[in-house]
Design a protein around this ligand. Structure first.
Ligand code: TYM
Length: 323
């Protein structure tokens, strides 16, 4: 099975990215996997050029540190493969304005406000190109990307109907625990790179004491009943869900082990510290040799280019461009 996913280099990777996506990228590596640092996506919101360069490199290092093995997975930088932007244009002429307007992420980001970039509106089409260019079958993503994946399927099917069989129609791979990690200070909002909620977000690079502090101060309710109930007990359920993702079990089974919030919180903090410590250590080693990191990404991007080229050609012939 061909698997592909991507992550925006637009800020420090957080626990939601790790539990909802990266962790699954690592376990899917026995398949034919393509993982992209999708730098073009980072341009949808304001970002300084120097910041984008730094984040692209450090995001690649984070993926490797989290367990992506460049001998097995194809790790690429999106902008180094010109077909992503090229295919986006073809697909923008397949999707409709109304379909893009319905995307909840665009609405949540206040997309229609004056001054917002047009790329923020069309970005789900770039994401569809990322996926369709590689004949992808499975896409490991968090819950927030499900709607974009659904749109990708609609675009692929419409293209195939209109112009003949061209694209593979992909499926989402969404984990059972950790698919929607919520902000620790406001468990009705998802943990997010762009929200300025430092206390509510655990970065993969937080120190043990920061992790302990943030988990200890995580907002819960006052009835002191450890029970998984997303609707009525959002805070405690979020902690149970995070714990279940870390231990590869279910939140209900974790809940059975605890009768007090304090015990749950201190064990969860300890589990997170021991999960993140080795990632942090490998990250520091990798960032010490940026030349080698660059080289790894060049190798992966060349391979990605070879796979994407014939798929782009297939699509451009099908739509009627002269060859
Ligand atoms: P991005 O960079 O915002 O996030 C990367 C991955 O992390 C997941 N995620 C979460 N999972 C659980 N809980 C959270 N709070 C949480 N926040 C983020 C996201 O679902 C995602 O899987 N458009 C995508 C990147 C992308 C992509 C693609 C993904 C571009 N092209 C092609 C798959 C295939 C994005 O902005 O993800």
């Amino acid at each position: 099975m061909r698997v592909l996913s991507g992550i925006k280099p637009s800020g420090s990777i957080h626990l939601g990215n790790y539990l909802g996506a990266l962790r699954i990228w690592v376990t899917e590596q026995h398949r034919d996997t393509f993982y992209g640092v999708v730098d073009l996506h980072a341009l949808t919101l304001p970002i300084e050029p120097e910041e984008l360069r730094t984040q692209t490199l450090s995001t690649a290092a984070t993926l490797l540190a989290a367990g992506i093995d460049p001998q097995r997975a194809t790790l690429f930088v999106q902008s180094w493969i010109p077909y992503h932007a090229q295919l986006t244009w073809l697909l923008e002429c397949v999707v409709s304005f109304g379909e893009l307007k319905r995307m909840t992420q665009f609405k949540e980001k206040g997309g229609e406000q004056a001054g917002h970039r047009a790329g923020l509106f069309t970005y789900p089409v770039l994401m569809a190109s990322d996926i369709l260019l590689y004949d992808t079958e499975g896409v490991p993503v968090g819950e927030d990307q499900r709607q974009h994946l659904e749109l990708t399927r609609v675009i692929a099917e419409r293209f195939n109907t209109r112009y003949g069989p061209t694209f593979v129609v992909p499926e989402a791979i969404v984990p059972t625990a950790g698919a929607r990690v919520m902000d620790l200070q406001d468990p009705t909002k998802k943990m997010s790179k762009s929200e300025l909620s430092v206390q509510g977000t655990i970065s993969l690079f937080d120190s043990p004491s920061e992790i302990e502090k943030k988990i200890k101060r995580a907002v819960t309710d006052t009835d002191n009943d450890v029970r998984y109930d997303r609707k009525n007990k959002a805070g405690i359920s979020n902690l149970l869900d995070i714990f279940a993702a870390v231990e590869a079990t279910t939140p209900q089974l974790i809940a059975e082990r605890y009768s007090r919030y304090g015990d749950l919180k201190s064990d969860l903090a300890a589990a997170l510290v021991s999960t993140l410590a080795p990632i942090q250590q490998r990250y520091d080693e990798l960032m010490a040799d940026p030349g080698e990191l660059h080289q790894q990404m060049m190798i992966g991007s060349q391979r990605a280019n070879e796979v994407a080229a014939p798929v782009f050609e297939r699509a451009s012939r099908a739509i009627g461009l002269l060859h």
